[in-house]
Design a protein around this ligand. Structure first.
Ligand code: HEM
Length: 322
């Protein structure tokens, strides 16, 4: 995919997200509220079968994780969608990201479908409420998106990050030392097992409840997640983030993440922490999923706005979040 197609709609997308969810200067357009934690990742022997990526060869690799709420309002309560953005610090000083959601699927298959969704949800007047009627029409006309909306609306909310499964949603190619590619979907499986609760019960609790819960837990013991690869079979869609693969796909655990303590942007030394999911390293390649491809540009625009950068998207000329 060309650089232009990665960036062409980025400014417009960030602008529309702001019109729907509100502008909160200095915060991410989505996943506005989050907290950072640190720890290590250690791959097991199985990892090498699938990838030659330097952080997946068995050495202990420093990591940071940003857990976040899904929405654009940093002062909102938690909902059933939370994020887990993991950064691996590679021996050569570079980093690579693995970005996941508590949801298994994304709500649009293509950039065009996502832009139509945003258009449908735009408030009828500036600053007004989200256009729920417009969205209902959109979901009726776009059944794949409607099905994901329903699935996400019916999903349980977390009781603790330590009991939540996370999913990278897109497929990636893992490339091993023999240059053999395997198409996979990645998941973080909580070592303590998966538990959920009703979103209403979670929303009635303090707005920072899952962060204080995790910080309190880490004061007593580390928290572990296993990195699981779901292996595609011939014919499984690799470019459609709105569709699950059949349930019987082989799953292989390739390593364990151990979180030990909270941290901060200052301690890490990166005030922006842009978790672009296409910031990969040799041994992992993106698929041509158009939603995965567009994310680099969108995250750069959002990161630039919140860090006092562009008032105007340099790729499209659109103004945004003023
Ligand atoms: C067209 C599709 C998408 C758009 C437009 C979008 C937009 C955004 C934006 C604007 C941010 C804030 C970036 C920043 O300021 O650093 C963000 C963060 C995030 N997105 Fe997406 N996103 C999309 C798809 C996805 C998907 C498929 C996932 C599934 C893994 C995902 C997971 C996350 C997470 C976990 C964060 C928080 C990252 C952090 O903690 O720094 N997004 N997204």
């Amino acid at each position: 995919m060309s650089q232009q197609s990665q960036y062409i709609h980025s400014g417009e997308i960030v602008e529309k997200i702001g019109k729907i969810l509100g502008y909160f200067p200095g915060f991410r357009s989505l996943h506005a509220d989050g907290r950072l934690y640190r720890g290590v990742f250690k791959a097991n022997e199985a990892a090498k079968l699938y990838t030659r990526a330097v952080h997946l060869q068995g050495d202990e690799i420093p990591v940071t994780v940003r857990f976040s709420k899904g929405g654009g309002d940093p002062y909102a309560h938690f909902s059933s969608t939370v994020g887990m953005a993991t950064r691996f610090y590679l021996p050569d000083g570079c980093v690579t990201n693995l970005v996941m959601l508590s949801q298994k699927l994304f709500i649009a298959r293509t950039v065009e479908q996502f832009m139509d969704l945003l258009e449908a949800g735009l408030p009828k007047e500036p600053g007004g409420p989200i256009n729920k009627e417009g969205l209902q029409h959109f979901f009726a006309a776009n059944p794949n998106s409607g099905a994901v909306f329903k699935m996400r609306a019916e999903s349980l909310a977390p009781v603790s990050f330590a009991h939540t499964e996370f999913n990278a949603v897109h497929a990636f190619y893992f490339i091993n030392a023999e240059s053999r590619p395997t198409a996979v979907r990645c998941h973080w499986k909580p070592a303590l097992g998966i538990k959920g609760q009703s979103p209403e019960v979670l929303a009635a609790q303090p707005t920072d409840i899952l962060y204080t819960e995790l910080t309190g837990r880490l004061a007593n013991e580390p928290v572990h997640f296993d990195l699981e690869l779901e292996l595609a079979q011939e014919g499984d869609p690799l470019n459609d983030a709105t569709v699950l693969w059949p349930e019987n796909r082989q799953r292989v655990v390739i390593g364990r993440l151990t979180l030990t303590a909270p941290t901060t942007e200052e301690e890490i030394g990166d005030k922006v922490m842009n978790h672009d999911p296409s910031l990969l390293t040799d041994g992992i390649e993106p698929t041509d999923d158009p939603i995965l491809q567009i994310r680099r540009g969108v995250y750069e625009v959002s990161a630039a706005h919140r860090s006092g950068g562009w008032r105007k998207c340099p790729f499209t000329g659109n103004t945004s979040a003023s």
